[in-house]
Design a protein around this ligand. Structure first.
Ligand SMILES: [Zn+2]
Length: 278
């Protein structure tokens, strides 16, 4: 069943766990992730990022109807999220298409403009029962993994001021994770997450959430992270599985093997996110 981000994260807050948000830039990705969620009977977030268009994967107008069609028919709660929108008109189109959650990524503009743009989107989104995630600080890399600037850790007072002025539903914070493949072991600033969570009270989102240790996941969730964006290592699991195939003669066999590997990898991640330990 289709739900928005606010509702799905209230569930996470009650259970003190996190919900995985998985990029699904094609039909097979949507099928594989929803299958994992249904097999584990867990809520899930599927997402499309604006950068997928630049990567030539799919257009929002093409994938949104598929995501929404599958989400509505799923046996578990599914939020259909638009990730890292940097363009207000693009996000507005996403709201019109039926996304139940949108993220405005204002990490590339100054704070005053981030507040103005986020507030505009919150007004439009909330009128349509759509949730909004925004970002304070910067992960230093875009969703595609390219370096686009330095990483700036989220400052607690700035985050509180931002949340009070914009009324967002969830906040992406930078505290040591990065998009893409990790070249060295990340060191997470968990105390920072705790301080921000105590101040802002709303759910914290961790980007660059694939490829960190199980203990780091537990620490982040126990500190207040309620949404974990997970993609790179799930995509890599599919690539590794295809590389290990003896016979790659047919595209449909490759697709099925990739889907199987994605479902397995997503289930592993969901098992960690949904049952956090000390
Ligand atoms: Zn991200």
């Amino acid at each position: 069943m289709l739900t928005n981000l606010k509702t799905i994260l209230e569930y996470a807050e009650t259970r003190k766990c996190a919900i995985g948000s998985f990029n699904t830039p094609n039909l097979e990705g949507v099928q594989a992730v929803l299958r994992a969620a249904e097999e584990l009977n867990e809520p899930v977030i599927i997402s499309h990022a604006q950068v997928h268009e630049d990567m030539g994967l799919c257009k929002m107008e093409e994938i949104a109807p598929i995501m929404l069609f599958m989400a509505e028919r799923a046996a578990v709660p599914v939020c259909v999220h638009l990730d890292h929108g940097t363009d207000i008109n693009y996000i507005k189109r996403g709201i019109e298409l039926g996304f139940t959650s949108v993220m405005y990524d204002g990490s590339g503009v100054d704070m005053a403009l981030n507040i103005i743009n986020t507030s505009l989107i919150v007004d439009e989104a909330h009128r349509n029962n759509v949730s909004v995630e925004a970002e304070v600080g910067s992960m230093g890399k875009s969703e595609g993994g390219q370096t686009v600037g330095e990483s700036i850790y989220t400052d607690c007072d700035t985050a509180l001021d931002f949340v009070n002025k914009t009324n967002v539903d969830a906040l992406a914070c930078a505290f040591g994770t990065a998009h893409g493949v990790y070249l060295k072991k990340p060191k997470l600033d968990i105390e920072r997450v705790k301080d921000i969570k105590n101040a802002i009270k709303i759910p914290i989102v961790m980007h660059g959430g694939s490829g960190i240790s199980e203990q780091d996941y537990y620490n982040a969730i126990n500190a207040g992270v309620r949404k974990i964006n997970y993609y790179t290592y799930m995509s890599k699991a599919a690539g590794d599985a295809v590389n290990a195939m003896k016979d790659r003669s047919f595209f449909h066999d490759i697709v099925n093997e990739a889907k199987r590997a994605i479902t397995e990898d997503v289930k592993k991640a969901m098992n960690i996110f949904s049952k956090p330990q000390k």
